[in-house]
Design a binder for this molecule. Sequence first.
Ligand code: PFF
Length: 404
Amino acid sequence: MSQKTTETSSRGGFASKLGFVLSAAGSAVGLGNIWRFPYLAAKYGGGIFLLIYLIFAITFGFTMMVTEIAIGRKTGKSVIGAYKAVNKRFSFLGYLAALIPGLILPYYCVIGGWVLKYTTSFVTGSGRDMANAAFTSIDGTELTFFENFISHLGQPALFFVIYVALTAIVVIMGVEKGIEKVSKILMPVLLILIIGISAYTLSLDGAGEGLRYYILPNFRDFTAEKLLKTIAGAVGQLFYSMSIAMGIMVTYGSYMRKEDAIEGSVRQIEVFDTAVAFLAGLIIVPAVFVFSGGDAAALNAGPGLMFITLPKVFDAMPAGQFIGAAFFILVALAALTSSISLMETVTAVVMEKFRLNRTKSCIAVVIATLIIGMLSVMGYSVWDTVKIFGMAKRHSVQSFCTTL
Ligand code: PFF
């Protein structure tokens, strides 16, 4: 036991319960809450999806998160070591759980780079140009700003590298001085931003109709098959949104203080995560409704929603440049605290497996992330002509983003 305690403290840890809760909530709140949750809710019958999601969150989601954090705290190890310590036969689960954040991280950072680009454009006042720009590709097809942006190598690569660097700086600074400190600042800012923006979009003329569409259960055309799809959609979203089954909560749990209550913390993390997802819907659904004149199909634009439809929506609303800037700052903060948790989980594994210090381990993770992520950046630009399984670029962008 004494050995375990020394081991845990030498790995560093959260200094307070609030720091742990905000860091874990930072992992949970991400692109999934702001972009994916609202369009899933709109797609699967509004209030019906919200209700099903909530039921799963307070039952299944709660139990899963408590279990993962408990495994982490009890063993005080990275996800691979933790599952092995529980039972040698479960070692493979640790490897599996470590592989997933390793694979998600590069792609998450590529999209994080896109978000940074949009944030800087809105903050520097060129959001309006972005919404209305139209380009023509070499083969004569018309491209939106987004499609044109990702089809070039330079800027997406630059913003991707900046995003990875920002994430790595926090991870290198450590659990208490990096992750905890940053989360304690960014998460309250995120909350203020999302409450402010949703209050604004709800005050727009015509927002009430969108609000009804989002909140009230829509039983029209709701078949048994659609119910099953809604359940599957809600469970998938729950895993992704709460960062469950990816070793994240095991890792963060391993840094948690022994004297803090796990159940109470998970309750707070879940409330934070679900509230942000719900509020994101209060921004996106009514805003898109007002913009599209009540056309719900605009919400089903899927991946294009955040990078193509929303800039147009901001462009059309009063003070849109300002609201757009606030919105993309919000998305950037949410994404950053999530990628920090992904990078921390993989770094902790490298530290433990290869007995390297935090900085060296993190640099190794950064190098791997840059290589894999760069392949994806190139896949949209210089390798654009390479068709995978006969898919045109436009389709591959769509399928890539839906896997998010
Ligand atoms: N929970 C984050 C989101 O909703 O965007 C994403 C995420 C972070 C997924 C960390 C998985 C993970 F391990």
